[in-house]
Design a protein. Structure first.
Length: 115
């Protein structure tokens, strides 16, 4: 079983940037698609972005053009570069394969966008 640890969250002003990291305790090379998800207060968890083993990416409409997902298979890490952040991006961000595996959910990392 792979353990996933998210980091890089924090408080940022609207228009700012953050880079999230997801470090896996084991190899993610065998996982075809890795993704980022988020859960905002009072809302259901939603999918944000995904990246295949080969590097193909896809994004939710709400973040397209602002967020960039990448993965380093050699170092078992997935990243989420977030630019032009908006208050509605405030959430706890998680990484997990797509489709998600229930026992892979980590604690997430909190992103707060506020002036």
């Amino acid at each position: 079983q792979v353990q996933l640890v998210e980091s890089g969250g924090g408080l940022v002003k609207p228009g700012g940037s953050l880079r999230l990291s997801c470090a896996a305790s084991g190899s993610i090379f065998s996982i075809n698609v890795m993704g980022w998800y988020r859960k905002a207060p009072g809302k259901e968890r939603e999918w944000v972005a995904g990246i295949s083993r080969g590097g193909s990416t896809d994004y939710a409409d709400s973040v397209k053009g602002r967020f960039t997902i990448s993965r380093d298979n050699a170092n078992n890490t997935v990243y989420l570069q977030m630019n032009s952040l908006k208050p509605e991006d405030t959430a706890v961000y998680y990484c997990n394969p797509i489709p998600p595996r229930e026992n892979y959910w980590g604690k997430g990392t909190l992103v707060t966008v506020s002036s």
